[in-house]
Every structure is written in structure tokens, then in C-alpha cells.
Design a binder for this molecule. Structure first.
Ligand code: NCD
Ligand code: ZN
Length: 354
């Protein structure tokens, strides 16, 4: 197979930031992706419907004139979140989901949840109205090894929360372990799981062996090879529970290449080429569209995009610039350590799917 046409993909977990960074990175996602779930971990975070409306307006304002891209907004869940504010924002179509960060789990998560009992009324209201909860699934207990934090989160937090709030739709985001894969695969129709591009490519040796690679540092941190292989099997399975959330998370090089570097891989520009490479390696190019374009809309109850995107395999390796310049400084693009051959074009005059 050397060309493949699929419905335009969606990104079910994306960091766009704000201000100069937003203006620089947004076109990179809008080029290929028709929609994206926009993470609310700004400083200060997007906590109310009014915050989400203002952030959405800033995103629309920053879009290139010819872009066809819809931001799907989220609210950052805090212990002070008002269930009625969430319900109003969801019912009006302003937000698509609510994001749960355990306090301290990752970048800009200080206002996240410490006591999960305190957000129960919000979760119950969300279950009633069908508003999904996107979950950063890692415990923050300093006693728990960072490589075990996802598996422990499933037992200590996620499973009890789902049992206590039946009907709550939950996306376990950026799963990184075989335990995460198994948990999502065994769940009912209220559970989905997103997988990033970089977790299909990296294991912890890539991050740490032969020198520390700050541009491969992200959260949840990349794990052992057996976990990467489990993620590849899940992503390429075609199984409806699993869909793409790139977690493309730009930070300037100054913040990445530092004594205490920020977590995040910036994969928006080359994600589709990387995924085509991975799916081809797995002999699963025919299942790429399930992962990038069909399973996510099905989970969220949204239509599949009508526009199409074509992937064509070239003979010569493709080249991206090493970094994206921004007014805040350069942002290094994710470099996988191998050549890429899949060129991407978005069709201008798409046919309506039959
Ligand atoms: C994200 C960021 O930088 O906002 N970083 C990351 O490594 N993924 C936060 C997150 O999604 O955990
Ligand atoms: Zn993220």
C-alpha cells in the first residue's frame, strides 16, 4: 500500500497553550486535524465556563484564515468546581469534557484534585448529563515509584471512582502501560483510552540510555519495552475503545534543556507521518483510520469528519525543521531517530463518505 485516504483525523488530547505559543503551534495541529480536545492546564487554568469561552475565542482568533479546525474545549476540575457551571457549559455545547488532574501530577496541575470525595457532586452531575471526564491517570503519592504511578492509579482511584459513579463516561488519557491497556480493554462502553504518538515509539532506554534526552521526557514517563509493545497492539487493533490523543505539549528549548526540565513532547507537526510509519511496521495501515478518525468520534458521539486526508509513501526521506520558532524561543520537534516517508495532504474538495 503506498497511498491511503482516510477521514480527517481528530486529536483527543492536545496542549495549545496561550499567547505567542498558541499562535505558533496552532497551525501545526490545524493543518491535519479537524478537531482537538484542548487541555485546560494554562496558568491560571481554565476552570469556569466563562474561562473556556474566553480561551475558545483566543484560539479561534489565532487560527490561520484558511484553517478548518474546531477546538473542543474542556474545563479543569478543581475541588471548587460548581456542578451547575459544568452542566450549563456542556449543555450549551461550549465544552466537550472535563479534565481531572490529580494535584501535582504534571505540568500546571497545582490546582488539581487532592480529595476525590470533594468532586463527587460534579462527577454525578456529569454522569447525569453525559459529559465525559478525561483523566490524567497517575497517583502523586511520593512513596509510589514514578514508573508504577499509572498502574497504582487504576486500583486506588480510577476503579473506585467509576464504581461510585456508574454511567460516568471516562477517558483514561495517554495510557502508557500494559495495565492501562488491559484496564481499558476490559471496561464497558463508558470507558475509552487515548494513546500518544510518542508512547508508540519510545521506551525508557530511548530516554535514558547513553545520555538523557530531555525532548523524550514527558508525563506519564515512557516505560519498558513490553509496555510500548502492548500500546502498539492496542492502537493497531482497530478496537473502538482506543483512539489517538497526541498529548503534543510544546515547551521552549530553554525550559526542556534545563536542570529541571519540563515534561512534554511536541509532536503536532509530524504525528500523522509517525503514525503511518508505526501502523505500516505493524502491518495495520488499514486500521489507522479507526485509531485516528473513527473511534474517537464514536466515543464522544460526534460525526466522523467529512473532509479527507491522504497519506502517500515517498521514496526519499521527508524533512521537517529541527524546531518551530516562537516569540518565546524555539520549540524542538519530536525526532523519532529514524527516517519518515509518509507525506500528508488534506483534500480540498472532499467527497461525502458514502
Ligand atoms: C503536559 C504539559 O506540558 O502540559 N506534559 C506532558 O508531558 N504530557 C501535561 C500532561 O499532559 O501531563
Ligand atoms: Zn497532556
Amino acid at each position: 500500500m503506498t497511498t491511503l485516504t482516510i477521514p480527517r483525523p481528530d486529536d483527543w488530547h492536545l496542549h495549545l497553550r496561550d499567547g505567542a505559543m498558541l499562535r505558533a503551534v496552532l497551525p501545526e495541529s490545524a493543518r491535519h486535524f479537524a478537531r482537538a480536545i484542548i487541555m485546560p492546564n494554562l496558568v491560571p487554568p481554565v476552570v469556569t465556563g466563562a474561562d473556556a469561552a474566553a480561551y475558545r475565542a483566543r484560539i479561534i482568533e489565532a487560527l490561520p484564515a484558511d484553517a478548518r479546525f474546531t477546538p473542543l474545549m474542556t474545563l479543569y476540575l478543581t475541588e471548587e468546581t460548581d456542578p451547575e457551571d459544568v452542566a450549563a457549559a456542556h449543555t450549551s455545547g461550549l465544552i466537550t469534557a472535563v479534565k481531572l488532574y490529580p494535584a501535582g501530577a504534571t505540568t500546571n496541575s497545582a490546582s488539581g484534585v487532592r480529595d476525590f470525595e470533594r468532586v463527587r457532586p460534579v462527577l454525578e452531575r456529569m454522569a447525569e448529563i453525559g459529559c465525559p471526564l478525561c483523566v490524567h491517570g497517575e497517583v502523586t503519592d511520593p512513596e509510589v515509584d514514578i514508573f508504577d504511578r499509572e498502574a497504582v492509579f487504576i486500583d486506588r482511584v480510577l476503579e473506585p471512582m467509576r464504581r461510585a459513579t456508574p454511567g460516568l463516561r471516562v477517558v483514561m488519557e495517554h495510557i502508557t502501560t500494559s495495565e492501562g491497556v488491559a484496564y481499558v480493554a476490559a471496561g464497558n462502553e463508558t470507558l475509552g483510552g487515548t494513546i500518544t504518538t510518542h508512547h508508540l515509539i519510545l521506551n525508557r532506554n530511548h530516554l535514558l540510555a547513553g545520555g538523557i534526552r530531555p525532548h523524550y521526557y514527558c508525563l506519564p514517563v515512557v516505560k519498558r519495552e513490553k509496555h510500548r509493545l502492548a500500546l502498539r497492539r492496542a492502537a493497531t487493533s482497530g478496537e473502538g475503545r482506543f483512539f489517538l490523543g497526541t498529548d503534543s505539549a510544546p515547551h521552549t528549548d530553554a525550559l526542556k534543556e534545563s536542570a529541571c526540565g519540563c515534561a512534554g513532547c511536541f509532536t503536532a507537526p509530524n504525528t500523522m507521518a509517525l503514525l503511518a510509519h508505526v501502523f505500516e511496521e505493524e502491518g495495520a495501515l488499514d486500521r489507522l483510520e479507526a485509531f485516528t478518525s473513527r473511534n474517537g468520534p464514536a466515543f464522544y458521539g460526534l460525526p466522523v469528519n467529512e473532509q479527507q486526508l491522504t497519506l502517500s509513501k515517498t521514496d526519499r526521506p521527508l524533512h521537517w525543521p529541527k524546531d518551530l520558532p516562537t516569540e518565546d524561543g524555539p520549540v524542538t520537534l519530536f525526532a523519532p531517530g529514524f527516517d519518515l516517508y509518509w507525506q500528508i495532504t488534506v483534500d480540498d474538495h472532499p467527497a461525502r463518505p458514502a
